[in-house]
Design a protein around this ligand. Structure first.
Ligand code: UTP
Length: 619
């Protein structure tokens, strides 16, 4: 039962600046009374200006305080702290203050890997060994406004040959790493690698449903934890007056706070200490639609373990001025240093302001000196806990108001504070070992962020980051990996789908348990194999070996784990072909039309080996 209010609370002068609130105080319980007090102290009396007499809309008024209580509880330091920070950041923004004032950028040190060489293979081995000491964190609370897909992004097929959605691909990759790592452990191990998924009100229910209706894609349900981020209050002006929702005058308008919330949520969940007590050492953060990521994870984790990095950012070579953040070491005139992502539109002016007259230019390698951040982080758990204990997981925020005019006094629409996961190193001491691992883009990075119309407008040479390019990148990576392992894979052909010209390689897909690392791929390819451009190859079983295979058509092969299957000789059939579909054709399912093609399965050789033993597939 809520306790009743004291006389002071009901009659007190504290509410005299908001007479409409004062009249309604009897609606509140004594636990709630601190909330309006705080709001008035923080200059928010406008929120009550339109409140009618008691007896009118009382339930809505109570709901207002429920919302305020939630906003207060879900922000480190509460709503008052949010408003104070907002005022500071809005004042700095109005002044035009550069957040990097006083800092000089230089190129940080990190590891640049070449796929498949001895060094890479060694890092992969080290990474697989460490895999059982890792926890994975998927940030999947984003709306995906740019993509405009009606479902959640993790439910989108990563490719349409098998229709495997991103979440399934991620979970199967983590399970493959778990198995491979546990096999290396002395005496075996039974550890289940934890997976946390950060959701939001926009994605939570559908993420849960996707997991439940697919038996967690093979994970044990207790292995997966969903942490829901809350939105933050919107701000109407430079005094950080909270914005009233235009659809409901008893609600404060809210918007997403950004993926930086993941740190405070993990901290407050208590999971980090649990993981440390269970002997885990690494937390790997990743995003919702990168179908290539797990090809880079083993080696990157190996780099973290070998170099003892507290923070390791995965990166790709970046062309100067390419719209992707650059990882830079920043040194302040007062001696502070940090290794941090600098957004591309800040990097060039920062360089010019600090003595690099040409700004962000390519080096003799043809790429920028500063590697491109792909926002996948590997953080050492012990150090992470130490830091979060100091900060509570709060991440340096920023505000990005769109001003009505040059006086910078009014906004075009309400704004809010935001924070980014990759800003975590900003609060670290200079002694922290923050590095990066650069991998080829074809291996590590192909997110699905843009809708077909916007992707088609991307300037030539820049990546589309669409469902079309994300899928094609998977075929290209698998083709290039097989080539590196000695398979003769035909060159791609160029085709246009949804107005985007892409390279179409042989549609080669394998389950992560077939091969997670280059050594595994190499061990499963023997003799002289070749695959034509029109071919499709799907490998689903673990112990499937390609030996003198000549494929010109479609081949789908599955086996139970204790079957060993050799696939050889010549496989020839009409295969599966890509047929263009129009993005605007509403009769085609959305997940198909956003990539601009469908797969017409004309003819294939499909075989499943369901018993243990040794088999040969020779048609
Ligand atoms: P994106 O940059 O893709 O942003 O987020 P978004 O919000 O999903 O998409 P747009 O900008 O509206 O088009 C990068 C990653 O961070 C997650 C996303 O789900 C994605 O994995 N994210 C983003 C969150 O988890 N929470 C947020 O508040 C924002």
């Amino acid at each position: 039962m809520a306790s009743t209010l004291s006389k002071h609370d009901i009659n007190g002068d504290w509410a005299s600046s908001a007479p409409n609130l004062k009249k309604n105080l009897s609606l509140l319980s004594s636990e709630q009374i601190e909330l309006p007090k705080m709001l008035l102290e923080m200059g928010q009396s406008h929120l009550f200006e339109h409140w009618p007499e008691p007896g009118v809309d009382d339930d809505e008024k109570r709901a207002f305080f429920d919302q305020v209580a939630k906003l207060n509880a879900s922000y480190p330091g509460g709503l008052a702290s949010y408003i104070r920070t907002a005022r500071e950041l809005l004042a700095e923004s109005k002044e035009g203050k550069n957040p990097f004032d006083g800092f000089t950028p230089s190129v940080p040190s990190g590891e640049v890997l070449t796929y498949g060489d001895e060094n890479f293979v060694q890092f992969e081995e080290a990474g697989v060994r460490e895999g059982r000491n890792a926890a994975f964190v998927l940030v999947a609370g984003g709306l995906g406004e740019r993509l405009g897909y009606n479902g959640i992004k993790v439910a989108l097929p990563s490719e349409s040959t098998t229709g495997t959605c991103f979440l399934q691909l991620y979970i199967e990759s983590i399970l493959a790493l778990q198995d491979a790592s546990c096999r290396l452990a002395e005496g075996g191990c039974k550890r289940q690698i934890p997976l946390v998924i950060m959701t939001s009100d926009d994605t939570h229910a559908r993420t849960m449903e996707l997991l439940e209706s697919n038996a967690y894609f093979g994970m044990v349900p207790t292995q997966v934890t969903l942490l829901k981020q809350e939105k933050v209050a919107c701000l109407d002006d430079n005094d950080a007056r909270l914005a009233v929702d235009s659809h409901n005058k008893y609600r404060i308008q809210t918007k997403p706070h950004g993926h930086g919330d993941v740190h405070s949520l993990l901290y407050s969940s208590g999971l980090l200490n649990k993981w440390r007590d269970a002997g885990l050492r690494w937390v790997l953060f990743f995003q919702d639609t990168n179908g290539l990521l797990f090809k880079a994870i083993p080696a990157a984790l190996g780099v973290s373990a070998t170099k003892q990095y507290h923070v390791n950012s995965l990166a790709v070579p970046r062309k100067a001025k390419e719209p992707i953040g650059g990882i830079a070491r920043l040194t302040h005139s007062d001696g502070r240093t940090m290794v941090i992502n600098v957004e591309y539109n800040q990097l060039d002016p920062l360089l010019r302001a600090t003595g690099y007259a040409d700004g962000d230019v390519n080096s003799e390698t043809g790429f920028s000196h500063f590697p491109g951040n792909i926002n996948q982080l590997i953080i050492e758990l012990g150090h992470y806990i130490e830091e979060l204990t100091k900060t509570g997981g709060a991440i340096k925020e920023f505000v990005n108001p769109k001003y009505k005019d040059s006086t910078k006094t009014a906004f075009k629409s309400s704004t809010r504070l935001e924070c980014m996961m990759q800003d975590y190193p900003k609060t670290l001491p200079s002694s922290a070992r923050v590095g990066f691992t650069v991998m080829d883009t074809w291996l590590a990075y192909a997110p699905v962020k843009n809708n077909p119309e916007d992707a088609a407008k991307v300037p030539k040479g820049n990546p589309y980051h669409s469902a079309t390019s994300g899928e094609m990148a998977i075929y290209r990576a698998n083709s290039l990996i097989l080539r590196k392992a000695g398979v003769k894979v035909d060159d791609p052909v160029n085709q246009v789908f949804n107005g985007q010209e892409v390279e179409v390689w042989s549609r080669i897909v394998w389950k992560p348990k077939w091969a997670l690392t280059f050594s595994e791929v190499r061990s499963k390819v023997k003799g002289s194999c070749c695959i034509s451009q029109k071919s499709t190859m799907v490998i689903k079983g673990r112990n499937i070996f390609l030996e003198d295979l000549s494929l010109d058509g479609a081949l789908v092969i599955d086996s139970v784990d204790d079957a060993e299957v050799i696939v050889g000789d010549s496989v020839q059939n009409k295969g599966w072909i890509l047929e263009s579909v129009d993005y605007k054709d509403a009769s085609v399912p959305e997940e198909v039309r956003i990539r601009g093609f469908r797969i017409n399965k004309i003819e294939q050789l499909e075989k499943s080996f369901n018993e243990s033993g040794k088999f040969c597939l020779k048609p």
